[in-house]
Design a protein around this ligand. Structure first.
Ligand SMILES: CC(C)(COP(=O)(O)OP(=O)(O)OC[C@H]1O[C@@H](n2cnc3c(N)ncnc32)[C@H](O)[C@@H]1OP(=O)(O)O)[C@@H](O)C(=O)NCCC(=O)NCCS
Length: 247
């Protein structure tokens, strides 16, 4: 059975959870701590989880799962008692949130309704996501498997994420892919096949302009006007007619 220290820690963690709700929920502006404690479903779920987790860590068998089941019935949020959750988690609205047994959540994470931190099948061992500090996960997002969501990442609403997410990135879509990393669009392959550089034409152009300069100098020294225009390189054009390669 967990001792007094474990429950003192639960009280401390809960204070941080309430502070997180006040800081990150626009609807909580000007709302007192007691009102948040009494009426925010995400807070109820976290209170129940933190008690269940302390009991689970203290070797209690049935009670933690019973608390988890009852909390799901009341809040729509299911958190496995063995999941590891840091301080300052904020679950907005709550309904439909699932946090699996081996999920590991860091500090100051925000989850919206309908988020799943789930496994991909019947694998055993570590099979749920690790979510690092300061991550925001949009409503309806599914994060599946033992992947790592890097600190400060944002996961778009309704994304399905099955691979690791780099820190400080924004990931959207199904399958989830980064659309911003450190505030910039990630580099993609250069798809501009029309305007490829032509190094041979550039070299010939350089030689031609050099010849033109020499022709002008010779003309000035000899007192003669160059009768031919200076060398120029014309851009290549598509030649109409049969394909010389025989096609
Ligand atoms: C992902 C999210 C956090 C991105 O916020 P952001 O960092 O400000 O990024 P932007 O809005 O600049 O979007 C970046 C790109 O992703 C796209 N995008 C954003 N969210 C998306 C989503 N959920 N699905 C698909 N594409 C999305 C944008 O259109 C933009 O595309 P572009 O690169 O072609 O311009 C935000 O869009 C989101 O989904 N938040 C969840 C909010 C939520 O669940 N609220 C519920 C309240 S009840």
């Amino acid at each position: 059975m967990p001792g007094f220290g474990a429950f003192a820690q639960v009280a401390r963690e809960l204070r941080r959870d309430v502070a997180a709700a006040r800081a990150r929920d626009p609807a909580a502006r000007g709302v007192g701590q007691v009102e948040i404690l009494a009426t925010w479903p995400g807070i109820h779920a976290l209170l129940a989880y933190r008690v269940a987790h302390a009991l689970h860590g203290g070797g209690v068998r049935l009670l933690p799962r019973t608390i988890s089941m009852l909390t799901r019935a009341v809040t729509g949020i299911e958190i496995h008692p063995a999941a590891r959750i840091g301080e300052g988690l904020f679950i907005d609205h709550g309904a439909g949130v699932v946090i699996g047994e081996t999920a590991d959540i860091g500090d100051d994470v925000t989850l919206y309704q309908g988020v799943t931190l789930g496994g991909t099948g019947f694998a055993t061992g570590k099979r749920h996501p690790t979510v690092q500090d300061n991550v925001t996960i949009g409503s309806g997002a599914k994060l599946l498997g033992p992947i790592t969501i890097g600190h400060g990442a944002k996961i778009g609403a309704n994304s399905v994420v099955i691979t690791d997410v780099p820190p400080n990135s924004t990931v959207v879509g199904n399958p989830g892919h980064p659309v911003r990393v450190d505030g910039r669009r990630p580099e993609g392959p250069d798809a501009d096949w029309i305007h490829l550089p032509d190094p041979i034409a550039e070299a010939i152009q350089g030689l031609a302009s050099r010849i033109g300069a020499l022709e002008r100098t010779v003309g000035e020294l000899s007192g003669e006007e160059p009768d031919a225009p200076v060398a120029e390189v014309r851009p290549l054009r598509t030649v109409k007619g049969p394909n010389p390669a025989g096609g």
